[in-house]
Design a protein around this ligand. Structure first.
Ligand code: CIZ
Length: 303
């Protein structure tokens, strides 16, 4: 039987849904029931009737789904699909930083482990980080972890000083100012969209700093026909699919997340066959991590 057919059949038998992050390989996005950003997908997982969720993404994303849906079976098709940015801070390191700043509130980017979320007051996504930080009373110090560049983006968006952790996404920091200049020289009329995980120098020379979901909405609405895309290149698949009349060019072909690309169709099939690899979060951690996510939602009830 053809691989795609086998996946579809087994998905029905298992009463499962397949979720794919915007950075997944095109073939994986095409077989998925939902494609989106990590928090949006975790909410889809919670909203669906399906008891089994195959999360095509990286570990922190599957953990976020497990935090929101503890009663469901959350499967990550490759257990080695981690996130180096999330791994740049441990819960222990965060506890030490909190001890050094006892009056500070902690905002953690969703790209963080469940344990780090559990140590945080608020979670945020790249789409709502500025609003979450801006909602915190001005007299409170704020620790922002783990992405220093998203933190800098929040500082310029809110005028607040933040205590930053020096983490970064290895895939986004390979995008350089030279890449942007070269792409602009080649496509001078194109709008340059980049992700706020890009470095501060890159942030300064692009037209729009946007989360993946915001890029998808922006490209759809924009009257421009050409776009330079400064984020993981997997998103170009969806951008092209949703906008067949427009052109999308990666700022660089080097912006590839090797962890995202560990997920393949074969591994999705094996995951459904063997119910592997189950991602769970200990209840004591889960409850505290969910509180941080709930506080984010309370600031932004509609996001
Ligand atoms: O939250 C996500 O899915 C990530 C990693 C980025 C974004 O902008 O959507």
């Amino acid at each position: 039987m053809e691989l795609l057919e086998e996946i579809r059949k087994l998905k029905q038998v298992r009463k499962a849904v397949i979720l794919a992050h915007n950075y997944q390989p095109g073939q994986v996005q095409d077989i998925a029931d939902f494609v989106g950003d990590s928090f949006g997908l975790s909410r889809q997982a919670a909203a669906t009737d399906a008891g089994t969720i195959v999360f095509c993404g990286v570990l922190f994303m599957a953990e976020t789904a497990a935090i929101l849906s503890p009663q469901k079976t959350i499967l990550l098709p490759d257990k080695l699909a981690g996130c180096p940015l999330a791994d740049m801070i441990t819960a222990e390191q965060l506890r030490k930083l909190k001890a050094e700043h006892p009056n500070a509130l902690v905002v953690c980017y969703v790209n963080s482990s469940a344990e780090v979320k559990a140590e945080s007051d608020y979670c945020c996504t790249s789409a709502n980080a500025v609003e979450v930080v801006g909602s915190i009373p001005a007299e409170r110090e704020i620790i922002f972890v783990p992405d220093q560049y998203l933190g800098q983006f929040c500082m310029s968006g809110t005028g607040r000083e933040l205590i930053l952790w020096p983490g970064y996404c290895p895939t986004h920091v390979v995008i350089t100012v030279d890449d942007i200049k070269q792409a602009k020289a080649k496509y001078p009329e194109a709008v340059v969209m980049a992700h706020p995980e890009c470095t501060g120098q890159v942030a300064e020379c692009v037209d729009e700093l946007l989360s993946t979901g915001q890029m998808l909405r922006y490209a759809k609405k924009s009257r421009s026909k050409r776009f330079i895309v400064g984020t993981e290149i997997g998103i170009i698949h969806t951008l092209k699919k949703q906008n067949p009349d427009k052109e999308f060019f990666p700022a660089t072909d080097r912006a590839i997340c090797p962890n995202m690309k560990l997920i393949t169709l074969e591994k999705i099939l094996w995951s459904l066959q063997d119910l592997q690899h189950k991602i769970t979060v200990p209840e004591s951690v889960r409850i505290r991590a969910e509180n941080a996510l709930d506080r984010m939602l309370a600031v932004l009830p509609t996001k």
